[in-house]
Design a protein around this ligand. Structure first.
Ligand code: CU
Length: 460
């Protein structure tokens, strides 16, 4: 059957591209072959091969994906079935040093651990509910039997506190999928009940990249001083995260110069799409949660919009050494908590108030009574359990970004498992003040800056 499949793909390649010389043409044709009518999800194996396939093995059938700041859900084999166990529970999660909140996640982490499997695997996923509320798990973009779809009330009855449910299905596709609660979605997704679900192709048709990363985007509303995200928020999200960490707490990705890098971006934020911009490189969007994009239909990008409830996988050649930001380009999404709506509590004595509010919101603490007058955030008096709006100490100056920001560090050499630190720029490659000689040589005339505009009367 595999021979037949390969021949079919080659025939399609010849039809589509008139030849198989160009890598792009070959892959484009394969996309067309996969998208044949009647097929649901993209596959590299024929449906009648499914029962005979051994469980996909890490290192052999796939190179495990790296989840910075996250982890992969372990599994064990029982009679040829991969068995997983998710435990929905409260998690005391640290978004960045100084900011913790009680979220809802799985297996002690927020977001839940990444599920990793191979096309054709039979998986059995137990879900234990240790939350105070009923829940379900939906396997986002996975092609499963209707009753395994995890939509509360439609596919199944909800999993009540204390119960353990069993989901079981065969993975008939490959791609970057996700999972999340599909019961009281606003509350449970807003509290963090989301995770990634990567299904590797059984027979990869493109070369495996040397680096394969997965990042899940999210946004939270955590009132300054509060110890719980507010899932009722509709617009004013003030903690923006990658794998549930806010910059500068995000762990950077690394690559050796010349390596091919895949970055899987998923977005289960409650309300916002995120235009993710990578510095220093161009990339191709190679797949969505619907499957592989035929190579002939890809175009180069430096920013990819990752909509709510979608994944976008990008691939690039890391050919430019340096420290390169990967961040959401919405300016309020590269800021932390303190930059947003903030009640003016200066001069207010919160004693007594906190006690009353804590009856409704455990852990609540009013903040801001000491003011925020100092412009230099690095010296700012930050109230308990909150993170400064902007910044970190960078190698050359203060970094004014926070939130949905991480780094791709491209190097000539790397120590396994170690952050290589900041990039050592070759001499003469760093922007610096222009000298008088520079200005004179290039005929640049610098006029004196205009005087500051006097304040208008109504400003006071
Ligand atoms: Cu954003």
């Amino acid at each position: 059957m595999s021979e037949l499949t390969r021949r079919t793909a080659l025939a399609a390649a010849a039809l589509a591209g008139g030849g198989v010389l160009l890598r792009g043409v070959r892959v484009a044709a394969q996309g067309q072959a996969e998208a044949a009518p009647g097929h649901s999800g993209q596959r590299t194996i024929a449906p009648d091969e499914l029962p005979g396939l051994p469980p996909g093995a890490p290192g052999l059938d796939y190179t495990p994906v790296v989840v910075p700041d996250g982890r992969t859900l372990p599994w064990r084999l029982v009679g040829g079935v991969k068995v997983y166990h998710l435990v929905a529970e409260e998690v005391d999660h640290e978004f960045a040093p100084g900011l913790r909140a009680w979220c809802w996640g799985y297996n002690g982490v927020v977001h839940g651990p990444m599920i990793e499997a191979v096309e054709g695997d039979r998986v059995r996923i137990y879900v234990t509910n240790r939350l105070p509320a009923a829940t379900t798990v939906h396997w986002h973009a996975a092609i499963v039997p209707s009753g395994m779809d995890g939509v509360g009330g439609i596919s199944q009855r909800a999993i009540h506190p204390g119960e353990t449910f069993k989901y079981e299905f065969t993975l008939r596709q490959h791609g970057t999928l996700m999972y999340h609660s599909h019961h009281d979605e606003m509350t449970q997704i807003g509290m963090g009940m989301t995770g990634l679900f990567v299904v590797h192709p059984r027979r990869p048709r493109e070369r495996r990249p040397e680096r394969d990363y997965a990042l899940l985007l999210h946004e939270w509303h955590i009132p300054a001083g509060a110890r719980r995200p507010n899932p009722n928020e509709m617009t004013d999200f003030n903690v923006l995260t990658i794998n549930a960490k806010a910059f500068p707490a995000t762990t950077p990705m690394v690559a050796l110069r010349g390596e091919r890098v895949r970055i899987r971006l998923g977005n289960l934020s409650p309300m916002d799409h995120h235009p993710m911009h990578l510095h220093g490189h161009a990339f191709f969007v190679t797949e969505t949660d619907g499957g592989v994009i035929p190579a002939g239909a890809r175009w180069p990008e430096a920013t990819v919009l990752v909509p709510v409830g979608a994944t976008r996988t990008i691939e690039l050649v890391a050919d430019n050494p340096g420290d390169w930001a990967l961040h959401c380009h919405m300016t309020h999404h590269m800021m932390n908590q303190m930059g947003h709506e903030f009640p003016n509590m200066i001069g207010v004595d919160p004693a007594g108030l906190d006690e009353r509010v804590r009856r409704l919101l455990p852990g609540y603490m009013t903040m801001g009574e000491r003011g925020m007058a100092e412009a230099d955030m690095s010296h700012m008096q930050v109230p308990a359990n909150s993170i400064p709006m902007l910044g970190a100490r960078g190698p050359k100056d203060r970094v004014t970004m926070g939130g949905m920001v991480t780094l791709l560090k491209v190097r000539e050499a790397l120590e396994p498992g170690q952050d290589p630190g900041w990039y050592a720029d070759p001499p003469g490659t760093v922007a610096a003040p222009a000298t008088a000689e520079d200005l004179a040589r290039d005929g640049i005339e610098v006029t004196a800056p205009p005087p500051p505009t006097p304040p208008r009367p109504h400003d006071h």
